[in-house]
Design a protein around this ligand. Structure first.
Ligand code: 5GP
Length: 180
């Protein structure tokens, strides 16, 4: 990994390497493949941030599966805007009777999932589980059950591996953390 990087004038330090990410995703892929053996889950990747995790996770899953993309609330700069809205909706028939696995990049306050999961449940899926690559456990305000967790991280802003800071940083293959 490189040294600190700068985005929009802020400094970020190396935090989770590409190799650690790959290892973790292989593990989660095995777990999901075991848990959903004989089933054909529908993965719902939350855009924009989860696109990279989703692409890697589904390739690590050795089961039949489908994938769709949804777009929810936006994050304003360094702080959660607290506003959750569905930008790209889902049709009830897409999820009815399906075993749905939501793929998230990061769960912070949990507000996004606390709003979205009940909406999804109304569409009649057979089951709903959440896979989040990162979880800021100490920031979690809502009671959200996250079945698959990549890394639990402290409540500090991170970028890379799909995560941005005001539009930049998504393409960085490792995770970087806001420096002091
Ligand atoms: P929550 O609703 O759980 O507070 O926030 C979830 C969303 O906030 C994530 O999907 C992500 O878009 C954004 N988010 C939360 N923490 C971070 C972070 O440290 N870095 C980045 N880039 N986005 C974050």
């Amino acid at each position: 990994m490189k040294d600190n990087i700068e985005i929009h004038g802020l400094s970020f330090r190396p935090y989770i390497s590409q190799a650690q990410i790959a290892e973790k995703i292989a593990e989660i892929g095995q777990q999901v493949s075991r848990d959903y053996k004989g089933k054909s889950p529908l993965f719902l990747a939350v855009l924009n941030g989860a696109f990279m995790f989703a692409a890697d996770l589904i390739r690590a899953c050795e089961i039949d599966c489908a994938i769709s993309f949804i777009r929810l609330a936006s994050y304003d700069g360094l702080n959660s805007s607290g506003e959750v809205k569905t930008v790209i909706g889902l049709q009830d028939e897409d999820v009815k009777g399906k075993d749905v696995v939501i793929i998230e990049d990061i769960v912070d306050t949990g507000q996004t999932m606390a709003h979205f999961v009940p909406q999804l449940e109304e569409m009649g899926p057979a089951s709903v589980a959440i896979a989040s690559f990162l979880v800021k456990r100490e920031a979690l305000e809502s009671d959200v059950d996250i079945k698959y967790v990549g890394f639990e991280i402290p409540n500090r802003f991170v970028i890379g591996y799909g995560l941005d800071y005001d539009g930049l940083g998504r393409n960085i293959p490792d995770i970087y953390q806001l420096a002091d």
